[in-house]
Design a protein around this ligand. Structure first.
Ligand code: ADP
Ligand code: MG
Length: 626
């Protein structure tokens, strides 16, 4: 269809068959694209009020919009001439020339909405600019101007749409039940409300004020819409890069829903439907929420208007992006990091380890996923075992942990006794910058399972097995990325024998297995010789058992399409090698484990998505004493 020009043609028959469509018919056709249902008219009118700089907007609906859709704003208003012109097709004040299309900051720009609405309804407009003393009233029905006259009205615009679809019975008949159409209207209202918390909004349904939202910030707006209990559920998200900035909130994973409901992404304050970006956010939640549940989020992307094309869809809910994949990665990583942070903010503050700033995008190459650095050599369980292995590969802090360092870590002392630079210093400064601290270096282990430590906000409880699984999981993943896990040669190579089924699976796993530090080769049918093991795999029982169990774990997860081979292997090994419940831990081991947990990208959840750390706040404890 020709959307670009004013001309529209239809074919009749025989010679000289082309006729110009009357404007009213052209408008009706256009209306079919822009105004599918009452909610679309609501969206267009509310957006016009936003574009007009309104600080307050009232939305008044009767009978799911079939009887009345009215929007009253205190924005710029229109002059007498504009009040008449605004119903013309392609009449817009928002762009002057084609090049303006590349720098659109307003919601509207196509000049179609009012013409479309007026083609299929009765529209009564009253409007006045601040400078004018008298306002203008225009009444249009089915594209025909019924009257235009001066009127008394407050400054701003008051536009009432009546009898929508009165002359397009097909559309009218296609409308769903009042309940459903009402739902669509409410959804549009919510999207607008979320996109502009700085505007006061009121929603009247069948003469009743049903929603009133005061001006405020985004958090206040969300709470205003969804209720007070949302205040506790919000996890802030913030990131700024050269081409995009992201702000907003995600809802804590434990409140994931059975249906995709509250998933909002806005680009330059415009709500967009983007399964692609939604997927990025869902990926960030992947390990944290049960399958078949969906996270909720309210995310705002800001970018230069040149980076996006909003003109790909008549209702502008779809947007084309340059650098789409790059943004996908940033979105995913940013949300992931925010989630990793939130549960631990009362205890340790996580500095971001990857700076996106200054990341240059090379048009030729696919963008590289920003990642969070994990020290692959980090092994908290080598406190006493100073010898053996290739210690040289490991970071200085990780080689040996002494109590003094912990003291410094927890209290932010600035003594410079030990020579361990680098990481230690950055940990110190992190804590100093934000004087949250673990209040004691004493850890308590209960039931050989939970590590307890007092923190500023209350009591931190860590499940030691899950914590260790998480640590190992991330470490193995890092090895797998680099294909170079530190390994330890066995003095006497061992052979293991696998049943054919297992052997087959094991062959598939072999390249990855080797990357984690195993030295293994197949010697004969089902017989494998192990010459080296990952560096920290002491005392884990007979190799034969261990490998069989890893294969078993691997097989269990293999059916899960969401887990790829790398993750599967890392997860299976972590599961097999983690400290079990029931194991006694020395104080230093608890310290070391806690620290390495906090260095993880996602300390909050085990690889299987179970909670690792819980903070019981003082308030919650006090509650128990009531
Ligand atoms: P667009 O928003 O794409 O420009 P519309 O058909 O929605 O097209 O509106 C046409 C024009 O009418 C706008 O460009 C604007 O100048 C004017 N207009 C519409 N609604 C309002 C309003 N609430 N307040 C002030 N001006 C308005
Ligand atoms: Mg508009």
């Amino acid at each position: 269809m020709n959307k670009g020009g004013k001309t529209n043609y239809i074919l009749a028959c025989m010679s000289d068959i082309i006729k110009l469509l009357p404007d009213s018919v052209a408008n009706q056709i256009a209306a079919g694209e822009v105004i599918q249902r009452p909610a679309s008219a609501v969206k267009e009118l509310l957006e016009n009020s936003m574009d007009a700089g309104a600080g307050q907007i009232k939305l008044i609906i009767k009978d799911a919009g079939k009887t009345l859709i009215q929007v009253v704003d205190n924005g710029s208003g229109m002059s007498q001439t504009d009040a008449r012109l605004c119903f013309e097709r392609h009449a817009t004040s928002k762009i002057n020339r084609a090049s303006d299309l590349f720098s659109i900051r307003t919601m509207g720009f196509r000049g179609e909405a009012l013409a479309s609405i007026a083609a299929i309804a009765r529209v009564e407009l009253k409007t006045r600019t601040k400078e004018d003393i008298v306002g203008t009233e225009v009444i249009v029905e089915g594209s025909v101007t019924e009257s235009q006259q001066q009127c008394q009205c407050s400054s701003g615009t008051n536009i009432a749409v009546k009898n929508l679809f009165f002359n397009t019975p097909a559309r009218r008949n296609f409308l769903k039940s009042e309940q459903i159409e009402k739902g669509h209207i409410y959804n549009e209202f919510i999207r607008i409300a979320l996109s502009r918390p700085d505007i006061e909004l009121m929603y009247y349904y069948n003469n009743q004020l049903t929603v009133k939202l005061d001006k405020g910030n985004l958090r206040q707006r969300i709470v205003g819409i969804y209720g007070n209990n949302y205040n506790q559920r919000l996890v802030p998200v913030e990131e700024k890069t050269d081409i995009i900035s992201i702000t907003g909130f995600v809802i804590k994973p434990e409140f994931a829903r059975k249906k995709r409901g509250e998933q909002f992404i806005f680009i330059n304050r415009r709500y967009i439907r983007s399964p692609y970006f939604n997927h990025a956010v869902e990926q960030a939640f992947q390990e944290l929420i049960p399958e078949d549940t969906f996270p909720s989020f309210f995310l705002f992307l800001e970018t230069e208007p040149e980076q996006i094309d909003v003109n790909v869809h008549p209702t502008k809910t779809e947007v084309k992006f340059q650098n789409e994949q790059y943004i996908y990665q940033i979105l995913k990583t940013t949300v992931k990091r925010s989630l990793g942070k939130f549960n631990l903010t009362p205890t340790l503050d996580f500095e971001r380890e990857t700076a996106f700033d200054g990341l240059v995008i090379d048009k030729g190459k696919p963008p590289v996923a920003p990642s969070i650095h994990i020290d692959p050599g980090y092994n908290p369980f080598l406190i006493e075992k100073g010898s053996g292995g290739n210690q040289g590969k490991r970071g200085s802090l990780t080689g040996r942990i002494n109590p003094e360092q912990w003291e410094r870590l927890f209290h932010g002392h600035k003594t410079d006794k030990t020579g361990s630079a680098g990481k230690q210093i950055s940990l110190d400064s992190r804590l100093e910058k934000d004087d949250r601290e673990i209040l004691s270096k004493k850890f308590i282990h209960i039931q050989n399972r939970f590590i307890l430590a007092p923190v500023k906000s209350g009591l931190m409880i860590i499940d030691h097995q899950r914590a260790h699984e998480r640590v190992l999981y991330e470490r193995f993943l890092a090895y797998l990325d680099k294909e170079a896990g530190p390994s330890q040669q066995l003095l006497f190579p061992e052979s293991i024998i696998l049943m054919e089924q297992d052997a087959e699976l094991f062959r598939e796993m072999l390249p990855h297995i080797k990357a984690t530090g195993f030295g293994i080769s197949e010697a004969g049918k089902g017989t494998f010789i192990v010459t080296a093991v990952p560096f920290d795999m002491h005392d884990k029982g007979p190799l034969q058992d261990m490998i069989e169990e890893i294969i078993e774990q691997y097989q269990i997860h293999k059916a899960d399409a969401r887990i790829n081979a790398r993750h599967n292997l890392a997860r299976s090994m972590a599961r097999r090698l983690a400290l079990r419940h029931g194991k006694t831990l020395a104080e230093q081991e608890m310290m070391a484990l806690t620290e390495s947990l906090f260095m993880c990208e996602m300390p909050y959840a085990s690889p299987a998505g179970k909670p690792v750390v819980v903070v019981l706040t003082a308030d919650e404890i006090a509650e128990k004493f009531k």
